[in-house]
Design a protein around this ligand. Sequence first.
Ligand code: GDP
Length: 445
Amino acid sequence: MFESLSDRLTGALKDLRGKGRLSEADIDATAREIRLALLEADVALPVVRAFISRVKERAKGAEVSEALNPAQQVVKIVDAELTAILGGEARRIEFAKQPPTVIMLAGLQGAGKTTLAGKLAYWLKGQGHTPLLVACDLQRPGAVDQLRIVGERAGVQTFAPHPGTSVGGDGAEIGVQEPVSVAQRGLAHARAKMHDVVIVDTAGRLGIDEEMMAQARGIRDAVQPHETFFVLDAMIGQDAVVTAEAFREGVGFTGVVLTKLDGDARGGAALSVRELTGTPIMFASDGEKLEDFDVFHPERMSSRILGMGDVLSLIEQAETVFDAKEAEKTAAKIGSGELTLEDFLDQMMMIRKMGPIGNLLGMLPGGKDMKDAVGDIDEKHLDRIQAIIRGMTPEERADPKIINGSRRQRIANGSGVTVTDVNQLVDRFFEARKMMSRMAGQMGM
Ligand code: GDP
């Protein structure tokens, strides 16, 4: 997502580099490039217009002419304005003073509501909450089971009507009322079982229709949600604007969640929705796994689009997997040249927990170039390294010097690789250990 936009914007801003003073013509030319880049990324026209006029106004003002480095100043302005259209500061969920906090999800079918329900529940659980999922999508076949499955994976409970039985057990016909009744009973269940958050999954249609809106309104009125999230598939391009507007009028929402940011769409929806609806983007999903989900940070997203990297997100991810004490121990071992293959395996597994290496590189400033230069990092190769180390005995991992010819043969057989692969790994490990220890010495670690 945003790749071509990112390329074009950084390209446009690169042209300014090295210029001591910026003429009005320079600024106009850059603004034109930025405008084209945004339009090509499917950003809605009114948003593009407003954006360009703000950037131009600021760039022509004192902010830039009096700056030591005018080009850098323009980048800062574009960054600030991009952050602003993405919503400024991240907004957090407003939890009810009297639990449970009710969060309703609305959006088109396929937008990713059910998947999101699981991700959000998982995330909330990680923050110490006790969410309950309530299955009110009784339209799409399988939606109830799907929610139950994501709930199980997230380790949270799901309140759902049993398949094939009517909701009340009183033989009531399946009708518009049914999802409302499930919602109400789900809420009552949450109160009784002390769940502090209730996430209500609702039905969507492939297109907007009045019946769906009426049903969503019915659920909304019955459970009085504290937050209603409009779930928007970032891949749908220009249609996003119409859909968002229909939901704003039909049900209303307090926040937007963008899904499928991992796709290769141009990203205009993401850039337009906040400005057009006046509602903040609160979370973003970028994959099908439970962990592919995070609070949406406008400033970080902007930095990422402008190729300035997203070091903050990287640090946060690192903090979730690395333990400070352990890291210190490892650093000491590196310094004294005592690093073992066991340590190496631990480190590698921790880094890989943070996601595919390519994604990590993409978060570094200039990381996109690095990612392009390195090409596709072969995750299979990393798997192979892990397999080889796992094929070693604890003694071998602790003291790789004892790995002689016959041990190498055994390890190769055991991990399904050739002896050459094992040799390479062991040799490189010794080289790397020497180099790291020397570097640590130089840096005075
Ligand atoms: P719903 O109809 O709104 O409940 O949508 P679903 O939750 O069933 O999602 C529709 C499809 O999109 C499923 O195949 C999901 O796995 C997929 N999906 C949801 N979120 C994401 C995401 O962030 N990235 C990707 N790549 N796929 C997603």
